[in-house]
Structures are given as C-alpha cells and as structure tokens.
Design a protein around this ligand. Structure first.
Ligand code: ZN
Length: 384
C-alpha cells in the first residue's frame, strides 16, 4: 500500500509554493520548476474510507485484481462477494488470496462497491472488525462527487466553483494532516465531506470542478484550514470565538448576501419539559427549567445558562438539536412553559457562508471574489 503519499503531497505543495515565492521575478524559471515538481512528484491521489469494518462486501464490475506487492492476481467480472478468510487471506468469489489487502482496478474507470458506483481504484483491506474498502482516486474526481452533496444543485456556477475550491482545499488539508499510518485520508460522511461517488455527479458541478482544476486556498505555503456553513445571518463568526481556533483568515466578515436563506432569521419554540429532558439525556441534569439566559461572546452566544448551570453553546445545540437551535446566534425566552429561540443563520458561522456565496454569484461576483470575501487573507493558488 502506498501510505507514504501524504508526506510527498505536503512537501510538494510546500515546495511548489516556495518556488513561486522564490522565483516570483522569473516567470520562465518558475514555470519550469513548477512543471517539473508537478510531473515528477506531485501526488493528487486521495483515499476515502467508503465502507468501514464490515463482515463482507459485494463488489460488481470488470476489474483487474492486484496483491499487496502490486502483482496481478487475476480479475473479476460481474458480481462478487469478498470476505476475510482463514490465515489472514481474503476470499474473492470463493477463492482465497493472500492479505492483508487487494486492489481492484476497473477496466472501464468505475466499479460498484456495496451497491454504489465509484471512480478510481478500490482497495479492500482486512481491518479491525472485518473489511474496509478504500476508494483511491484523483482529487478532481473526488471533488466532483462531493460538491452537490454540500450545495444546492440549482445554484449559480460561480458559487459551485467556490464550493469546488473549498472542497478541494479541505481534502488536501486533511490529507496533509492525517497520521501517516491511517488507512485512508477522508471519511465519506459529515465527519469530513459527504462523498456520494459517481451517482451524485451532475454536469454543471463537473464543469465547476474542471474550470477550477487544481485551485486551492493556501496560507503560508500550506493548504488553508477552511470551514463553511449554510447561512451566517448577516455576519460570519471567527474561528477563535466559536472553537478557540485563532486562524488569520477565519475572521468575521459582513455578509449581505444570504437573505434568501429561509433560516436568515428563525424562531423555534419547544416545551420547557422537552428541553429539560434533552439536556438530561446529554448529561446536564438541570431539572425543571426556571431561568434560561445566554452568555454572549464577542458576537455570538458563548454559553446558555440554565438554572444557573453554564452549558457551552456547541454542547447546548448538540443536546437540544442542531435543527432546533439552528445557529449559535440567538436569544431565548422562557414563558408559559415554553422555551422560544429566535436566531440568525444556520450553522457555526465560521468561514464561507454558502447562501452568501450563492447570493454573491447571483449578483455577478466570480468565485475568486467570493472566496476572498469570506476567507480574507487566504491566497488562491493553483497546485497543478
Ligand atoms: Zn451570509
């Protein structure tokens, strides 16, 4: 397996950017060095843990099969069950092959794993509780599979391009930061970015990815640590205020563009008893609600004080429900046995506001202007 590729990616990203800085005055030399670094050592392959720790797995396709050492062991055609076998082997369509991993390379660029289609290669690895399937594919192909999961398919192409750059940046950052021993770089769920595979692509999303090929946000020659959320409600939040992350480009910016979001302003009421139960279930035994107030941070709510007990706002939202208390910017009133939340926006508020990106695109801004607005100070760089 090729788990050392993260290190080479990180160093090449840094190297590539250093070249640009060093030779800023010499365009031809910069181009030569860039192209050499790109061609000879840049590895834009991502590894996604598409199925994790299952007892067995169905794959379907027309694919060659390779062993741990890269030797070709045979091929599969059609549907096939894969399961761990005695002696550290892996059974494929009833025949045992040496473990701990097998790699399948589809002949027609994609294959089905657990009923979903994926581009690129699929590696099946014996893992803690059975098998894990890792989809290894080019970052560009991965980004095509995530952007429609993260944004509304009907949005303007420039908003989709901005989202493509965010998704690419996120993936490169995660790959660089992952422990070198990790089986894969990214989870296919909300833990990282929701990755739908081939089934989730569409033509404008693919166009947005192609037209921003290789573009990421960077800071100090490394991939930027980016965040995005649905709706900021008028002003984004700093990374410092929300998570204690002091990052120079995760700073509050004004946003006049997310008013189309149905959660730009919102009100939700719950019975006080229900909130009390939810808090108790999350380990905050506050009893019958008597007094509920909010403690303000710099701009948003830092904590909710329930009967004198301080509950940090992220914990409070998690306990009561992220789709009840939509954001960390709200007021609360307790009256007549009801707790009423009135708030602004949806999500943590840090980084790019997605409805705002759509609004800016609609107003004629391009993806570069959009990203520079929400992540001021992060640079847009082309990796390859
Ligand atoms: Zn906004």
């Amino acid at each position: 397996m090729r788990r050392s590729s993260s290190r080479s990616l990180s160093s090449v990203v840094a190297l590539l950017f250093s070249f640009s800085v060093l030779f800023a005055g010499n365009d031809i030399l910069t181009e030569i060095l860039k192209s050499e670094a790109t061609v000879t050592s840049f590895d834009p392959t991502l590894r996604i843990g598409i199925v994790q720790n299952v007892a067995d797995l169905k794959v379907e396709g027309d694919a060659q099969m390779f062993g741990e050492d890269g030797r070709e062991l045979g091929a599969i055609q059609g549907e096939c069950r894969i399961a761990p076998a005695a002696g550290g082997k892996i059974a494929v369509c009833g025949t045992n092959y040496p473990g701990p991993s097998l790699t399948f390379a589809p002949k027609f660029s994609f294959m089905s794993v657990g009923g979903r289609m994926f581009r690129g290669k699929v590696e099946i690895v014996i893992s803690g509780k059975g098998l894990t399937a890792v989809n290894a594919l080019h970052i560009e192909e991965y980004v095509r599979g995530v952007i429609n999961k993260e944004i509304m398919p009907g949005w303007h192409i420039e908003a989709k391009k901005a989202q493509a750059v965010l998704a690419r940046t996120y993936a490169v950052h995660k790959k660089v930061m992952r422990p070198r021993t990790a089986l894969y770089d990214l989870d296919p769920t909300v833990l990282d970015q929701v990755y739908g595979g081939l089934d989730k692509e569409d033509l404008t999303a693919n166009k947005a990815v192609a037209e921003t090929r290789g573009e990421i946000l960077s800071y100090n020659d490394l991939p930027a640590e980016i965040y995005f959320h649905s709706t900021c409600g008028g002003r984004t939040a700093s990374g410092k205020e929300v998570w204690g992350k002091e990052v120079p480009y995760l700073v509050p910016v004004k946003c006049d563009h997310c008013k189309n979001s149905s959660l730009y302003r919102w009100t939700r009421a719950l019975s006080a008893d229900e909130v009390s139960k939810k808090l108790a279930a999350a380990g905050y035994a506050v009893g019958k609600l008597k007094k509920v107030t909010v403690e303000k941070g710099d701009l948003r709510v830092a904590a909710v004080i329930v009967n004198g007990k301080r509950i940090e706002v992220n914990q409070f939202r998690k306990a009561v429900g992220y789709t009840t208390v939509y954001s960390n910017d709200f007021t609360v009133t307790l009256s007549g046995g009801k707790l009423t939340f009135s708030g602004k926006g949806f999500g943590h508020g840090v980084g790019a506001c997605q409805y705002g990106m759509a609004g800016m695109a609609q107003a004629g801004k391009n993806w570069r202007e959009i990203l520079q607005h929400y992540l001021p100070g992060a640079e847009i760089r082309k990796m390859y």
